[in-house]
Design a protein around this ligand. Structure first.
Ligand code: MCA
Ligand code: AMP
Length: 497
């Protein structure tokens, strides 16, 4: 797969429906028409500027897709921002990626105005006015997209993928999970992460299928959409399946039966982004008759492991490497490849990202000398399938499918005038995978958890705000004085009840 401008050159019926959103439906021809205009207008706006990083802030709708395609057609690097992040978090991304321009739709215009002091945001409706059809000559190895992800550093890093990387990631999934133009997927995931952008939206559009957006996740609304009978493919994080099960359990018996019947007609339902508890897989199966297909991936590599589309799906396992993914397990201490033992997952292949944006040292550290990307996830091959056992760092958490850095939250908390020191941990939770706990050392007067939450919500996205706070004189420490986060986690588990 070498086509640089992937979706654009594929043979898809131009009149078929690409997107359904709150404003109605949008055909492939219409998406091309609008994104051509956006590209033409954009090329005037930033042609002389380097780097061609273009931030865009849009609701989950055809406008998001048209902006993304318009940026690509103009040779730009698309950097999606989340309309639900606070201003400071958005400004951090804009500055870090050195955005040449900021694009916005009408719905998010007021947020866009508050984040950009250097650039006036360009409005979708002005960009989409028909004016021309120029396209830049985009090559497969040209940079295409930067997604921000948390890691073992305090601040999120920009993961830069090329058109080749993205094409490869999409094409692999389309083949492995047998996507077709007749598919219809409901997208309720945020559009600043791989799961929502690549696995759901881009795979659908690559296949000539239809992608319907809901502006946000609401379990009742999702069941209603399923009930309309068009959706036949669904992908989500385990927390969402947990919430859908809860909503199903609250229905009366007739409604439950109707919902179960429609779900039984689905072609494909996938879970990923975090470990799927076997209890959730089993309950979902008892409601829908469907064994969720669990897969494993990461922003830097796309999808790497998947249970089979056809064949046995083992609960608690993530299957085997997808075609084209080279994967090995390595002893994190010795760097030696292991067989049958737990080891760090390392990956090579065309889907693997290019580099962290403006972070050469961190890019160098992320790869071995032979080009293997170190995921930091520990897995084991058991009876022919991979099982994820956890991570090699206590400072990376997963809550509701979002990756969260404990170090980032600690850094922000240390900026609070009443906090002397803090330590953040992930506490196991059935619904969320993990929830965040923060232990604080405060010399005199303690801020209340509500005040702290409010203060944090102005600085970091809501899903990074700790759910539990405890106040301590000191943290549990080892002989070297280092905070023992496993001990600290136990204190939260006791307090949680
Ligand atoms: C919301 N809340 C959370 C989270 N989200 N708390 C912890 N972790 C979270 N992720 C809190 C809010 O602060 C709020 O608290 C309460 O839950 C309800 O908020 P609301 O926004 O209404 O929740 P929701 O809309 O039901 O959101 C839950 C969600 C969302 C739909 C599960 O978290 C979500 O969209 N997760 C998906 C993330 C994702 O796409 N990850 C993929 C990245 P309070 O009640 O106190 O106000 S990973 C990836 O891309 C890789 C490649 C991969 O493998 O897929
Ligand atoms: P992100 O960096 O946000 O793309 O999140 C990637 C991380 O999510 C991986 O490094 C894993 O820790 C985790 N992850 C993704 N899929 C699974 C899964 N099926 N089981 C367990 N962890 C997963």
């Amino acid at each position: 797969m070498t086509s640089p401008s992937f979706v654009f050159q594929r043979e898809i019926d131009p009149n078929s429906t690409a997107i359904v959103d709150e404003s109605g439906s949008c055909s492939y021809a219409e998406l091309h028409r609008i994104s051509d205009s956006i590209a033409h207008n954009l090329m005037q706006a930033y042609l002389p500027k380097q780097p061609r990083t273009v931030c865009f802030l849009a609701t989950s709708s055809h406008k998001y897709v048209a902006l993304q395609w318009g940026i690509w057609k103009s040779g730009g690097i698309a950097v999606p921002l989340s309309p639900r992040h606070p201003v400071r978090a958005l400004q951090y991304v804009m500055n870090d990626c050195q955005a040449a321009v900021l694009l916005t739709d009408e719905e998010t215009h007021s947020i866009a105005n508050t984040i950009s002091d250097q650039h006036s945001p360009l409005l979708f409706k002005d960009l989409a006015i028909k004016s021309g059809k120029d396209r830049a000559g985009v090559m497969p190895d040209d940079p295409a997209m930067i997604l921000y992800t948390s890691g073992t550093t305090s601040k999120p890093k920009g993961v830069l993928s090329s058109h080749r990387n993205i094409s490869y990631q999409i094409n692999t999934l389309v083949n492995a999970w047998e996507w077709s133009k007749d598919d219809y997927i409901l997208n309720i995931l945020p559009l600043h992460h791989v799961h929502g952008i690549i696995n759901v939206m881009s795979c659908a559009l690559w296949s000539g299928a239809t992608c319907e957006f809901l502006p946000r996740f609401d379990p009742k609304q999702v069941w209603e959409k399923f009930g309309e009978g068009r959706v036949n493919v669904f992908m989500a994080v385990p927390t969402i399946y947990y919430k859908l099960i809860q909503a199903w359990e609250e229905m009366d018996e007739d409604k439950q039966q109707t919902c179960s019947q429609v779900a039984r007609k689905f072609r494909l339902m996938v879970s990923g982004s975090a470990a799927l508890p076997v209890s959730v897989l089993e309950k979902w199966k008892s409601i829908t008759g469907y064994t969720l297909l669990e897969r494993y991936g990461m922003t830097e590599i796309g999808m790497a492991l998947s249970n089979p589309y056809r064949g046995e799906r083992r609960p608690g396992f993530v299957g085997n490497p997808l075609p084209g993914v080279e994967l090995r397990l390595v002893d994190p201490e010795t760097g030696v490849e292991v067989e049958g033992q737990p080891g760090e997952i390392q990956v090579r292949g065309m889907g693997v990202f290019e580099r962290y944006w403006n972070k050469p040292e961190q890019t160098r550290l992320a790869f071995t000398k032979k080009g293997w990307f170190r995921t930091g996830d520990i897995a084991q091959l058991i009876d022919g399938a991979y099982k994820i056992l956890g991570r090699d760092s206590v400072d990376i958490l997963k809550s509701g499918g979002y990756k969260i850095s404990a170090l980032e939250i600690e850094d922000v908390l240390r900026g609070h005038p009443l906090i002397k020191d803090c330590a953040v941990v992930g506490i196991p939770d059935e619904e969320w995978g993990e929830v965040i706990g923060a232990s604080l050392i405060v010399p005199d007067q303690s801020p209340t958890p509500d005040d702290l939450r409010k203060w944090l919500m102005e600085r970091i996205p809501v899903y990074k705000v700790p759910r539990y706070f405890i106040f301590q004189k000191d943290f549990p420490r080892n002989a070297m004085g280092k905070v023992t986060k496993n001990e600290l986690r136990k204190l939260f588990e006791i307090n949680k009840g």
